[in-house]
Design a protein around this ligand. Structure first.
Ligand code: FAD
Length: 451
């Protein structure tokens, strides 16, 4: 019998782990196409800065859901001192994934291609076309493209190529060529901004860093003492509105605190049901959540390692890092610098700050159509895919099966990871992606009904 041929587009965590499961199972041929040079590592684990740490302790970072201590065991092989609570460097995690992919490739069932897929034709066979002129034929296609590129900071139209401005901090080299004392401006105060502060400090940068966001809130840090996840409060009589959700979670956090607990255990308790809660919200309520609550959820849910919190604290104490709650109103070239007008939250006046480098850390665009790469435009143009109702990601059914222009689920083209944000919301971290990768591989192998 001819082997099933599966083409995977995108070689970050998601694409890599689908390939790993398929190769381990056998009976399939896999082609994995990756456009960048961070094969297996992707944007997250391709960092070259050793101080960029995982934001989840090692004991919870296994790439294999059925072998929970897989990463920790691997890490201990390298560093006998490592424990379940260790926050390992992200580049080390990248080595772990590269090892898993290397093992998969050594079965002879996985072909690795360094090329960008720019088009998909869905005739009797699926044909992927690459920018390098390749045609890859397959019976099944898995799209593991990761997050969309960052959007423009709210309300801004920035001249392309503006000197000193970095529109996409996930491309390598956001801090390259910066003089040691030049002021750095960060638009955004989330995990990406934190990464850049840590990297600047690690590189011995001596200039001031100003991070600006609407609320001016840096991510919260993990506390080993926070205790186990508290049983979640949202399943029974689940709130159907974003506002009710906020009220319930706040009340539970207050109750937890009054009992001497830590709010982190409340958030950790909700995490396993976050996808169900999201699904229970109607589209207008999801929209409300995105506009009013998502940034608060992110600050509490995407927590940083205590070591990273210390870097931020000492940079703040030394007067090197300033966090501003406010809005960037304009960005103008001014000699070798950029003049950035910032209006502080609740203030009538504004201040103008000068930066040698201004980096967009606002996170992935919340609109999949916004500056969509060629492949995504091709999928929409050919009617193979459509954006979800909020355009947060692709519209998909069970097992990530793409819904076509008319809403029919495909039995040949699937998505995994952040592309599924529209339907799942929480679909970016290893904890969710490792399960998706295993389940999708089993579905492709015909071992698991769509689900
Ligand atoms: C900075 C950062 C830190 C993180 N830290 C953690 C953490 O500590 N713990 C945790 O659980 N999660 C963390 N995450 C979440 C992380 O996103 C996921 O764990 C995971 O890396 C996402 O993998 P992915 O494969 O879906 O996407 P990506 O890693 O983005 O991979 C997608 C890949 O597809 C390629 N690609 C895209 N389009 C094409 C195309 N047309 N043709 C060919 N190739 C293409 C891209 O080049 C890229 O390599 C972090 C995320 C980031 C950004």
């Amino acid at each position: 019998m001819e082997e099933l041929r599966v083409a995977i587009v995108g070689g970050g965590f998601s694409g890599t782990m689908v390939a790993v499961h398929l190769a381990r199972a056998g009976g399939v041929r896999v082609v994995l196409a990756e456009k960048g040079d961070r094969l297996a590592r992707g944007a997250a684990y391709g960092s070259r800065c050793e101080r960029h740490l995982l934001n989840v302790p090692a004991g919870l970072m296994s790439a294999l859901p059925d072998e929970p201590s897989h990463f920790l065991d691997w890490l201990r092989g390298r560093d006998p001192e490592a424990g379940a609570g260790t926050f390992a460097p992200r580049m080390t995690y990248g080595d772990y994934l590269a090892g898993l992919l290397g093992d998969a490739a050594s079965t002879g069932r996985v072909d690795l291609i360094r090329d960008e897929v720019v088009d998909l034709e869905a005739g009797p066979r699926l044909v992927l076309r690459t920018s390098g002129g390749r045609a890859i034929e397959a019976e099944r296609v898995v799209l593991a493209l990761g997050n969309p590129p960052p959007g423009e900071p709210a309300g801004m139209a920035i001249t392309p190529g503006l000197r000193g401005y970095v529109p996409n901090p996930w491309e390598p080299g956001a801090l390259d060529g910066l003089a040691g004392d030049e002021p750095i401006g960060l638009i955004g105060t989330g995990l990406t901004a934190v990464d850049l502060v840590v990297e600047a400090m690690a590189k011995g940068h001596r200039g001031p860093i100003v991070a600006i966001s609407r609320h001016g809130s840096l991510p919260q840090a993990h506390r080993p003492s926070a205790g186990p996840p508290r049983p979640h409060v949202l399943a029974a009589g689940r709130p159907a509105t974003a506002r009710a959700l906020l009220r319930t979670v706040r009340a539970e956090a207050d109750r937890c605190r009054s009992e001497g607990g830590d709010w982190r255990s409340v958030i950790d308790g909700i995490r396993p049901v976050a996808q169900d809660v999201w699904r229970s919200l109607e589209v207008p309520e999801r929209d409300r959540f995105l506009r009013h609550l998502a940034s608060r959820w992110d600050v509490h849910r995407h927590r940083i390692a205590p070591e990273v919190e210390e870097v931020l604290a000492s940079a703040t104490l030394a007067g090197r890092l300033r966090v501003v709650a406010g809005r960037v109103e304009s960005i103008e070239p001014d000699g070798d610098s950029l003049a950035v007008r910032v209006r502080g939250r609740g203030r009538a006046d504004s201040e103008v700050l000068a930066f040698g480098r201004l980096i967009n850390c606002t996170g992935p665009s919340r609109d999949i159509r916004d500056r969509a790469p060629m492949l995504v435009r091709s999928l929409f143009g050919r009617g193979i895919a459509r954006p979800g109702p909020l355009a947060l990601g692709l519209d998909a059914g069970a097992s990530g099966a793409l819904l076509d222009r008319d809403g029919n689920p495909s039995d040949r083209v699937f998505a995994i990871g952040p592309l599924l944000k529209e339907g799942l919301w929480e679909t970016t971290a290893v904890r969710e992606l490792r399960v998706q990768a295993r389940d999708l591989a089993e579905h492709l192998l015909g071992r698991r009904p769509a689900g």
